[in-house]
Design a protein around this ligand. Structure first.
Ligand SMILES: [Zn+2]
Length: 201
């Protein structure tokens, strides 16, 4: 009888565990934005991140700023790297897009440190999108090209979501002169990028 009771408890515990992991999987699954799967994996709100990466509410949303990561890693890896950085540099961004998905790090109504213009409009009034894999070239170039295509589709979705047009798109370079997004700048394809976004809206 004691053994039966033990089995029953085990079954119930297993059921609860399975149910909860099912919920977690569902929450992690996220949704699609213009065909691009999105996962919300917000930065941890620990004391360090609050001080260095999550400065506070965005006073007004007027722009979306496009970046290249100047790195080879995936969107989730970019997110996890930023989440764990402890080097006393104030840097953060809202979204990272790779060939598979978009990962959200910061809510749209919060501003971030991504534009290099201090408390100017780049940091204070724009949502940042990092296009990943920008150092993938030659045999891996397809990873960048697919990441950029996903960024085109996602940017179109995000502009529409906030009632903005392609005239509200900016490059990181526009705010601070930095050579970013370096792939779009070296290909001289910014106008083409905006046309592709407009076509995807
Ligand atoms: Zn940038």
């Amino acid at each position: 009888m004691a053994r039966m009771t033990a089995y029953c408890i085990l079954f119930v515990a297993l059921g609860i565990a399975l149910f909860c992991s099912g919920c977690a999987t569902f929450a992690m699954r996220g949704h699609r934005c213009n065909g691009v799967p999105m996962r919300v994996m917000l930065l941890d709100r620990n004391a360090y991140n609050l001080r260095r990466k999550l400065p506070g509410p965005m006073p007004e949303l007027k722009y979306i700023t496009i970046h290249n990561t100047a790195n080879r890693v995936s969107a989730v890896e970019e997110r996890n790297y930023l989440n764990n950085r402890r080097d006393n540099v104030s840097v953060s961004f809202h979204y990272a897009v790779d060939e598979k998905e978009v990962v959200q790090l910061i809510p749209d109504d919060q501003h971030a440190w991504h534009a290099g213009d201090g408390t100017g409009d780049g940091n204070m009034k724009s949502i940042s999108i990092e296009i990943c894999r920008s150092l993938c070239r030659d045999k891996e170039n397809h990873l960048y090209l697919r990441s950029e295509e996903n960024a085109v589709r996602f940017t179109a979705w995000l502009l529409k979501k906030h009632g903005l047009g392609v005239d509200c798109l900016r490059m990181h370079k526009d705010w601070s002169g930095k050579n970013c997004p370096h792939r779009i700048l070296e290909a001289d394809s910014w106008d083409d990028f905006k046309k592709r976004v407009a076509a995807a809206m």
